[in-house]
Design a protein around this ligand. Structure first.
Ligand code: GCU
Length: 347
């Protein structure tokens, strides 16, 4: 994928004009005009510019650019500018864009084995999750499983942290409090079941539509991490957050497989290096950003509530038997559970 630099600059400036803002990893476009050929990768993201995923992707872009002496320019498009996660997954597959951050729930709709990593009870903490992500003997086959069928390679992931229920109507203490309440979930059959087991009635919806649905009263609540609770401004319309901690979620960086294969091996290694550094950077940012987001949402009127975690954990137990079914899924689940050292566990 090589383009002449002038073309790239033209394209980049028209995109900036079109979208108003896109991240170039702090790269000064004027300073790179001497290159004859440059590879240009677009990354789709559904978060705002203040979200840790945007910041870590910008750092990835910058590091790759520097490591390759400007031969690779990665442009990050935040705020669903290129489409919802469901749409951008198709765009990577078709080659319309090169990379995207998508939630694990999107990948389970392509290969159900990804469910194992999107399930309550799989990861007991962020530390456990990040540790597993760094073990190719556990996740390597899964990450390569979409290469032939979808032309997608999973490079790795960013944590979504601990997810909790928040509502428009008040604190939730036990599953009974969710009775008859419409709670938004990501587009996943398993997550629909998850909310049903937790006592509520699930409404799948794409991320960008949640704020207005909460505001309009179409939804009574949603579930997400505290960082997104702030950056997507959901706290303004659903100010009661209850610490259900029902899930440690995971986002994935996906990339066109043919493109990755076509890169010279040395460049591919540099890309992986920059990506792994960005994963570390993201994890470092995550905990401090979660604390800061809590403080900021509280200052904006949100309140935080303890729940009966035992009651929710017990309600969620059947999910494993329902969704961990094949031999491969069972061995993946077991390998992940056995890798849990208990360090950093919060629930
Ligand atoms: C988190 C996650 C996103 C996901 C969103 C959602 O913010 O990082 O990838 O889209 O949750 O609930 O849809």
């Amino acid at each position: 994928m090589k383009k002449r630099w002038k073309l790239l600059t033209l394209l980049a400036s028209s995109l900036i004009a079109l979208t108003g803002c896109a991240g170039f990893g702090g790269i000064d476009l004027d300073s790179v005009g001497e290159e004859d050929t440059v590879s240009y990768f677009k990354v789709a993201l559904n978060q705002t510019e203040s979200h840790p995923s945007f910041i870590a992707l910008e750092a990835f872009a910058e590091e790759l650019y520097e490591k390759t002496d400007g031969r690779y320019v990665v442009e990050v498009f935040p705020n669903e500018q290129l489409g919802s996660q469901q749409e951008v997954l198709q765009m990577v597959k078709s080659g319309a864009i090169e990379m995207a951050i998508v939630s694990g729930t999107q990948l389970e709709n392509v290969n159900v084995d990804f469910r194992v990593l999107n399930m309550p009870t799989t990861f007991s903490s962020i530390a456990h999750q990040i540790d597993v992500l760094q073990q190719p003997e556990i996740v390597g086959d899964l990450f390569a499983s979409l290469e032939e069928s979808e032309n997608i390679t999973v490079l790795g992931g960013y944590t979504q942290g601990e997810r909790h229920i928040y509502s428009t109507f008040g604190p939730v203490t036990t599953p009974d409090d969710l009775n008859g309440k419409k709670i938004r979930v990501q587009e996943s059959d398993m997550h629909i079941r998850m909310i049903e087991l937790m006592g509520g009635s699930a409404t799948p919806l794409s991320y960008g539509e949640v704020y207005s649905a909460l505001q309009a009263g179409v939804l009574d609540g949603a579930e997400n991490n505290i960082v997104s609770y702030l950056t997507a401004r959901h706290f303004e319309v659903a100010p009661y957050l209850s610490y259900t901690t029902h899930l440690v979620g995971l986002d994935y960086m996906i990339m066109r497989h043919d493109l990755l294969q076509a890169m010279p091996e040395a460049d591919r290694e540099l890309l992986y290096e920059a990506w792994y550094d960005s994963m570390d950077h993201h994890t470092e940012l995550w905990l401090e950003e979660t604390e800061a987001a809590k403080a900021e949402t509280e200052a904006g009127g949100a309140t935080y509530h303890e729940v009966d975690n035992e009651a929710f954990n017990e309600a969620l137990q059947p999910i494993v038997d329902q969704y961990v079914v094949t031999d491969y899924q069972k061995s993946l689940f077991e390998a992940i559970r056995s890798a849990d050292t208990g360090e950093g566990s919060t629930n």
